[in-house]
Design a protein around this ligand. Sequence first.
Ligand SMILES: Cc1ncc(COP(=O)(O)O)c(C=O)c1O
Length: 274
Amino acid sequence: MAVWINGELIPDSEARISVFDHGLVVGDGAFETVKVRHGTPFALTRHLNRLAATAAGLGLPAPDLDHIRAGALAVIEAGPQQALGRLRITLTGGIGPLGSERAGAGLTAIVALAEQRPAAEWADVAIVPWTRNEHGALSGLKTTSYAENVRALAHAAAQGANEAIFANTAGNLCEGTGSNVFLLAGGRLVTPPLESGCLAGVTRALVLDWAGADEHDVPVTALAEAEEAFLTSTTRDVQPIRRVNGATLAAVPGPFTRKVAEVFALRSAESPDP
Ligand SMILES: Cc1ncc(COP(=O)(O)O)c(C=O)c1O
């Protein structure tokens, strides 16, 4: 498998990152996961733009997106060709000291590709006891500091769930460890606004454009009471939620979820870079 590091396409067995890389030392970096279907990346422009937004939010220099796009395409081209792949773009603060200050010695940019298994038919979610901090410096950024998500997902898995859901500090619904959340309440589709602290998901934005939903805060407790609900993400597309904290929702998948999933599948098949 070929990977791309700072402009060089090399076999993954030869890839080397410094032990002083700030991404490794303190999680100082941005990343993107891009879906690749039969050799075509989906929504690459949106992902690259979000990578730049995360870098800006971290105070890192602006990445050269044309360069990284070329790296992404080179890795896909090098193959192997898969029905479904997961392209990972990582951008770190580069080599730095063994602390939080930066050396400003240039960014590390990496692209790698792995096979992606199709998503499970349902999501069983568990609401975790830790909150997203919608007021934090990294709120809404896709940074490589993801250990909080790792911890939450393991907590959810221990309860038989396959996604963990966070409330924010106000007790409102925020997002999953790698997904955004939509629910049907009072006959309306609702998703938390970006001010809740959730990531501006690419899939979330496309669902809003293609299917429509209201963006407003709901208490996290509304999820278990929803008529139907679903997750969105690059690896899940539109995935119905079956259980919340072990209790099965009324409609799985409900008619709204089914319709949104259909519209998303159709529109995303028509336009590879919407
Ligand atoms: C924390 C978080 N929220 C939401 C999402 C969904 O975003 P996207 O639809 O761009 O994959 C992700 C993506 O993995 C994520 O990491």
